[in-house]
Every structure is written in C-alpha cells, then in structure tokens.
Design a protein around this ligand. Structure first.
Ligand SMILES: CC(C)(COP(=O)(O)OP(=O)(O)OC[C@H]1O[C@@H](n2cnc3c(N)ncnc32)[C@H](O)[C@@H]1OP(=O)(O)O)[C@@H](O)C(=O)NCCC(=O)NCCS
Length: 154
C-alpha cells in the first residue's frame, strides 16, 4: 500500500458514508489549508485507488511546537473491512512525524467503531471526547479525539 500526495483539485474517490453526510457546508471551512493523499493498493499487477486521506493544522499556541496535524480518512466502500484504514493512517502519521510534527490527531464520531478500531491498530491512543463538536445533516455529534505522538529527540 502507498499513499500519494495530490493537489486540492485532484478528484476524490467515491466514498460516501453516514459520517460524511454533512448537509450544508460553510464556505469558510474551505480555508483550513487541507493537504490530501490518495491511498493505492497494488495486487496482481493491478493498482486500485481505495480511498483518500486529508490533513490540516490545529494550533494550540503561536509557536511552531504548538502545531498539531489532524488527519481524516475515507475508503471506497468495497475496500472497507480489510484492515486498510489502520495501515494507511499509520503511514500518514509516520510521514507527518518525519516532517517534524510531534502530535498527529484524529477525531471520529463516538459511534464510529470501525474507525476507532482502525486508529487503535494504527497506534493512536484515545484521549477524550469533545461534546457536540461536529454538526452534520442530522444534527450535532460528540467526537472522540485520538493522538499518535512522536516524542522529539534532544
Ligand atoms: C473507518 C475506516 C477508515 C476503517 O478502515 P477499515 O480498513 O475498513 O478498518 P478495518 O478493516 O481495520 O476494520 C475496523 C474494525 O472495525 C470493525 N467494524 C467495522 N464496522 C463496524 C461496525 N459497524 N461496528 C463495529 N465494528 C465494526 C471491523 O470488524 C474491524 O474490527 P476488528 O479489528 O476487530 O476486525 C473505513 O471503514 C471507512 O473508510 N469507513 C467510512 C468512512 C469513515 O468512517 N471514515 C472515518 C471518519 S472519522
């Protein structure tokens, strides 16, 4: 499996799910500086785009060391349930750590058990729950926050 960086205008693989059923989107949310990757799996000489990943900065203070990165993932439906999600998120966390990012975060709905298992398998640790943090078409939802941390070497 490989993850390949793509530009913002690269077409997204079709991967709808109840967790991404947003309803009306806020135009201001386009300005968060999203970075994107597609996930490719090669099997028997055939390469499939099986999903995509995204990442954006979250600042906890005005210093470089206060910059965490929050990642997201969505797999094409036929490729879900094959343990791809954990591997892809681990690959992205390691790529971001190699760039000097200490704290890689992922947030997911408290009811999204598949993503929680995938994050656990990717080496993320559950840190807590954000009340009513995400609004989707059907209303407000609590989100779990998970983190993958690489302690900086002296
Ligand atoms: C969430 C997602 C990335 C997980 O990746 P994946 O490769 O499908 O994950 P896995 O194959 O490792 O499966 C995860 C685990 O969840 C389990 N699982 C799947 N659906 C489940 C459900 N509805 N309830 C409970 N467990 C579920 C699987 O059985 C597996 O459990 P196991 O590790 O004990 O075998 C992928 O399913 C996906 O893209 N889903 C839709 C979009 C999404 O939810 N994105 C994340 C939004 S924050």
């Amino acid at each position: 499996m490989t993850i390949v960086g793509v530009t913002d205008d690269h077409p997204r693989p079709e991967s709808p799910s109840i967790w991404g059923d947003w309803g009306d989107m806020d135009p201001a949310a386009k300005d968060i500086g999203l970075e994107r990757w597609i996930i490719e799996v090669t099997d028997g000489g055939q390469t499939d785009v099986v999903g995509d990943l995204s990442a954006h900065a979250v600042w906890y203070g005005p210093t470089t060391t206060s910059r965490a990165i929050n990642i997201g993932i969505s797999l094409v439906e036929e490729f879900r349930g094959r343990r791809i999600g954990g591997i892809a998120q681990r690959l992205l966390a390691e790529l971001l750590h190699d760039r000097g990012i200490v704290r890689v975060e992922a947030s997911t709905d408290v009811d999204n058990l598949a993503e929680q298992r995938a994050l656990e398998r990717a080496g993320f640790l559950y840190e807590g729950t954000l009340k009513l943090a995400q609004g989707r078409r059907d209303g407000l939802h609590d989100l779990q926050v998970w983190a993958h941390v690489r302690v900086p070497q002296e």
